[in-house]
Design a protein. Structure first.
Length: 465
């Protein structure tokens, strides 16, 4: 072992070898960075020798191969495109909503140039980024005023901190939800400085419960839309209209509804879910609403706050507005997304489009895939009917009839095939059902079909070898 360790070339010798300069040129890597990677490779080789994993055969070749692998990993981005074959439209782990072509083009245009992010072109003076999409939000929601922060959890914290800090905020026990990543409404309220006052029970809350909880210290009544679960059976909830009635004789009381997902397109007209439409909620007279940009809205990650002007103006002037502000690329994508709603072109937004696709339209994509893939030795295909999920913590009890392809293989188990697809290039994420890989074509675009075909062909070639 000591002899093997002594045979490891020193760094200064490796730096003089042709392979060093070859790798530097091939990967366009500075010598100093390549030297650092060489040191990491040498450490790996030493550990393997000490663990008895190397016999010393062709030591230089092993060092250079380790170094090249490090170079490949260093050049490879961590954030990669993925083909979503799960059928879950708003897959939280896969980035939720896909942007429309118009939104993508707007992002590229704004990112590639200087912009009027905080510059008023008409006056030539400093402007406000709050103005960029406020008029659009007002147009599509009917709100008096609006602003945007970086996500809806931030919006909830911001509103509670601004109007409820040190004061009481009344919430129904049945609405103290936990969203993804173990973020709880009760914890957000605690961090904001608001004093939580729980009313009602887990399954039933009445208007009288709110009346009885009202006190001099009450600043706000908060309604939280339970978008990631549904309580059924012996239940009772208080409507937004009823909560607004609590303001009679208490004009200083703020009624705020956290809508979570936020819907601008009425999916109920198509028989999909029961999500409250933002426009309709604001018509009840509620003071403030907030909702996400990257869920059912179909845009970038954002927390949209809309409501009465007096409250929105106070939020804009708060110090947290700068802490939670949105960057130019998010504004560009959000503006393009909102314009689609304003122009009655919501179906151009991928999220809306994918939810509204008929089974026949989904089946067309499945058949196109089969036509492209042809016959393969190790795979057999079967078109089946399945149910797609909306996902993203929205419409928890809603499924949409869809079409998928069930993959049969005598060479690979379902899990092994799923692993190979996921780790391939491009990465394809599937679901496994009854020990078979399922490709749900609701979330696979026409443009992704050739890539999906290539992914399976690569696996077949590997199995042949």
């Amino acid at each position: 072992m000591k002899e093997l360790l002594r045979n490891i070339p020193p760094i200064h010798e490796l730096q003089k070898q042709h392979r060093f300069f070859q790798l530097s040129k091939k990967y366009d890597m500075e010598h100093a960075i390549l030297t650092g990677l060489l040191r990491i490779s040498l450490d790996t080789v030493r550990r393997d020798i000490l663990k008895g994993k190397m016999d010393g055969t062709d030591l230089p070749s092993r060092i250079w191969s380790e170094t090249e692998e490090l170079l490949k990993r260093k050049r490879k981005p961590c954030l990669l495109p993925v083909i979503n074959a799960t059928g879950t439209i708003l897959h939280t782990n896969l980035g939720r909503a896909r942007l429309s072509r118009e939104a993508i083009d707007r992002v590229v245009e704004v990112a590639s140039n200087y912009s009027n992010l905080e510059f008023d072109i008409d006056s030539g003076k400093r402007g406000s980024r709050h103005d960029i999409v406020e008029d659009l939000i007002k147009e599509v929601t009917g709100a008096e005023a609006a602003m945007v922060v970086n996500n809806n959890a931030a919006a909830v914290f911001f509103i509670l901190n601004t109007f409820g800090k040190g004061k009481e905020v009344i919430v129904s026990r049945g609405q103290l939800v936990e969203i993804g990543g173990s973020f709880r409404i009760s914890s957000i309220m605690e961090e904001s400085g608001a004093k939580l006052v729980e009313v009602g029970t887990t399954n039933k809350t009445h208007l009288r419960d709110y009346y009885e909880a009202l006190a001099d210290e009450t600043a706000m009544v908060l309604k939280v839309h339970t978008s990631n679960f549904k309580t059924i059976g012996f239940t009772q909830a208080v409507s937004t209209e009823q909560l607004v009635s609590l303001k009679e004789g208490r004009e200083e009381l703020i009624v705020y509804e956290d809508l979570g997902s936020g819907v601008l397109y009425d999916f109920t007209q198509m028989g999909i879910g029961e999500e409250p439409v933002v426009q309709n909620v604001l018509k009840t007279g509620v003071d403030i609403v907030s909702f996400s940009g990257d869920k059912l809205l179909g845009g970038p990650q954002a927390g949209i706050i809309a409501g009465k002007k007096e409250y929105i103006e106070k939020l804009k002037k708060h110090q947290l507005a700068r802490v939670l502000r949105v960057d130019k690329m998010s504004f560009a994508a959000l503006e393009a997304t909102l314009q689609a709603y304003a122009l009655n072109k919501a179906k151009d937004i991928p999220t809306v489009r994918d939810m509204l696709l008929s089974e026949e339209e989904v089946k067309e994509k499945a058949i196109k895939f089969l036509d492209c893939i042809g016959e393969q030795e190790i795979f057999e295909w079967e078109i089946i009917e399945v149910e797609s999920m909306v996902g993203g913590g929205t419409m928890p009890d809603v499924t949409i009839p869809s079409i998928a392809i069930k993959v049969h293989s005598n060479n690979l188990t379902a899990q092994s095939l799923a692993d190979k697809l996921r780790k391939g290039t491009p990465s394809v994420v599937v679901r496994i059902q009854d020990q078979h890989v399922i490709l749900d074509f609701r979330t696979i675009t026409h443009g992704e079909i050739p890539k999906l075909v290539e992914a399976f062909r690569k696996i077949e070639l590997t199995c042949r070898d």
